[in-house]
Design a protein around this ligand. Sequence first.
Ligand SMILES: Cc1cc2nc3c(=O)[nH]c(=O)nc-3n(C[C@H](O)[C@H](O)[C@H](O)COP(=O)(O)O)c2cc1C
Ligand SMILES: C=C(O[C@@H]1CC(C(=O)O)=C[C@@H](OP(=O)(O)O)[C@H]1O)C(=O)O
Length: 357
Amino acid sequence: MNSFGEKLRFSTFGESHGVAIGCLLDGVPAGLKIDEEFIQAELDRRKPGKSEFETARKEDDKVEILSGVFEGKSTGTPIAMVIYNTNQKSRDYSNIKDIFRPGHADFTYFYKYGIRDYRGGGRSSARETAARVAAGAVAKIMLRELGVEVLSGICEVDGIKAEKFDYEAAKESIIFALDAGKEEEQKDAILKAKNEHDSVGGVSRVLIKGAPKGLGEPLYYKLDAVLADAMMGINAVKAVEIGDGVLSASLKGSKNNDEIRSSGFVTNHSGGILGGISNGDEIVMNVYFKPTPSIFKEQKTVTTANEEVDFALKGRHDPCVAIRGTVVCEAMAALVIADMLLLNMGSQMDRVAKYYK
Ligand SMILES: Cc1cc2nc3c(=O)[nH]c(=O)nc-3n(C[C@H](O)[C@H](O)[C@H](O)COP(=O)(O)O)c2cc1C
Ligand SMILES: C=C(O[C@@H]1CC(C(=O)O)=C[C@@H](OP(=O)(O)O)[C@H]1O)C(=O)O
């Protein structure tokens, strides 16, 4: 399967160490004003090499729109976008040409395809997620017209949890803009792991504001199932919680139920979804990222010939992938919600907009 979505279908192409990466987004209604600066700004939030908390690989991630937009508006035809790689030649992969990095996809890609692309992570590298962010930015533009907003921020790093969460601040600086009290501890944990040639995991909290009631199919295209699929499809994501998620299994029904008043739900343990359908409340998810697999400590592994070796990796790697991964979560969530809106309401922007008046 090479595309995602029912009405708003998208797929991506390219490799981290090839010429370019990009996406093809089909199903965008005609007449949508495409704000190219916004698409670039979204890519800038995710691009690598901005700080000591990220990989040292420097890429500008300048996006070029190849089709589907005329005089600033979508034409209703497929939107193709390309981002050229400029810093793809990593010498540091030469020493792992025939070696599988523990925790990365080298092992499984080799046994599935029988090919070891020695240039680097290739298609399994999260560089591909830049193309998702470009597609997600168009979805966000569509959602903006309909009063829906997708926000996120990092709520946990290396087990250190933020106690309060400020999405508006997180918009400006997705990293640690959540809890002044915990911010320094979280930053220190990343830098400490980095100095020790190790890595840490983290959790992104995603908020979807303004989604109407009724999104999601009751049985086989449930909103929570599709969101979970979209999040789990992001590199290094190992779990997704909707609303209270795991915690709800240990709550009594009387604590877990969201009581209903004429003005709406009193609480939001459900995370805005009941029976696979949005209930009009905020949609809330926690997305759990594992620690970066590529670390510089000595590790045990095998070669493509299954010989045991000890090796220490070099290269340019994120010490905590959740930091940039949170932008990818937003993009994927925006694509799902935009798809669900189109699925429920038809394909023309004006019809979609009128429905919610
Ligand atoms: C934004 C982002 C950046 C990432 N950066 C790196 C990295 O620098 N080095 C690395 O080994 N893995 C990185 N990863 C994770 C790997 O791509 C991922 O772990 C790998 O493809 C194996 O897939 P899995 O962890 O989903 O099983 C990153 C993930 C994301 C979302
Ligand atoms: C280049 C990016 O991130 C990369 C994601 C990644 C991985 O294994 O996922 C490995 C590293 O790079 P490379 O592919 O050169 O080994 C990161 O720098 C990017 O996000 O644009």
